[in-house]
Design a protein around this ligand. Structure first.
Ligand code: CP
Ligand code: NVA
Length: 308
């Protein structure tokens, strides 16, 4: 079964093929109305279930539109409205859904839930974000970086803020695509050591520093994300804001990076918190290209999972 569970668990050659396929499919659609189907219909006859146990705008819409452009049919399911949210096991849900649909995309809380779904499903499972990672986002972000600046290998990325799920997927990508990553943030919010180890073992330079302006020196891209993720308790909000305020991406920080450094953010953003409006709407920002590229990258992921 070809699941797409994480960037570090996927063969690097397959990852590169998906990035190339995303670029090609994006180019082929240039200028077409969004509802136009692709010339090729590799998902014809396929039914895709998109399950959300957390809110979503981009993941939900981009998977739905992407599958339909390729001729597939989709259904969007809310975890709360399924028996899954009322005591039915993940394993039984996986077995039942596998009788109806050809692929399951799941956005959930614990990483273990995703793995249990993949273990018991007899159709491919895609990770649409867990507390621990967000691989579809980073595939789209690699498409975005490379369409603006060329090959990502050998570049220096700087992550400023919370070492969260999105940061872990960036570290996995650093290892698989051969770039370096400097993390800057408070010690209590350091990235997952397993992700740091993975990138280092693959030969990436991973640095951790508490000084955001020092970290930004020589950056090819500066990346951040919300200070409070969907899985973080509301009670942690004030403490996190106080700890993360020095790591806001602002014009001073962008000025320390290379002159052609990009600003990246997966969105949704809390404007003027983790990044200023001047940066988010400035000439170095590619945030809406990242959102668009979710569509193209995930179309490539769907095709890879289904072998079509
Ligand atoms: N970036 C991202 O996954 O956005 P959504 O939460 O809107 O899906
Ligand atoms: N880190 C964020 C990403 C949202 C797309 C979260 O998990 O809420």
């Amino acid at each position: 079964m070809t699941h797409f569970l994480d960037i570090h668990k996927t063969d690097p050659a397959a990852l590169r093929d998906m990035i190339n396929s995303a670029h090609a499919m994006k180019t082929a659609r240039r200028g077409l109305p969004k509802g136009t189907t692709d010339a090729e219909q590799p998902l014809a006859g396929r039914m895709i279930a998109l399950i959300f146990e957390k809110p979503s705008t981009r993941t939900r819409v981009s998977f739905d539109v992407g599958a339909r452009q390729m001729g597939g049919q989709t259904m969007i399911l809310s975890g709360k409205e399924m028996q899954l949210g009322h005591g039915e096991s993940i394993a039984d849900t996986a077995r039942v859904l596998s009788r109806y649909v050809d692929l399951i995309m799941l956005r959930t809380f614990e990483e273990a839930t995703l793995h249990e779904m993949a273990e018991h499903a007899t159709v491919p499972v895609i990770n649409g974000l867990t507390d621990a990672s967000h691989p579809c986002q980073i595939m789209a972000d690699i498409v975005t970086y490379e369409e603006h600046r060329g090959p990502i290998a050998g570049r220096k990325f700087v992550w400023s803020g919370d070492g969260n799920n999105v940061c872990s997927s960036w570290l996995h990508a650093a290892g698989q695509f051969g770039f370096d990553l400097t993390f800057t943030g408070p010690e209590t919010l350091d990235p997952d050591p397993r992700a740091v180890e993975f990138a280092r073992a693959k030969g990436s330079k991973v640095e951790i520093t508490r000084d955001p302006l020092e970290a930004a020196k020589g950056a090819d891209a500066i990346v951040t994300d919300t200070w409070v993720s969907m899985h973080d308790p509301e009670s942690a909000r004030e403490r996190r804001h106080n700890q993360l305020r020095p790591y806001q991406v602002n014009e001073e920080m962008m000025a320390r990076g290379n002159p052609d450094a990009l600003f990246m953010h997966c969105l949704p953003a809390h404007r003027n918190e983790e990044a200023t409006n001047a940066v988010m709407d400035g000439p170095q920002s590619v945030i809406f290209d990242e959102s668009e590229n979710r569509l193209h990258a995930q179309k490539a992921i769907l095709r890879w999972c289904l072998g079509v």
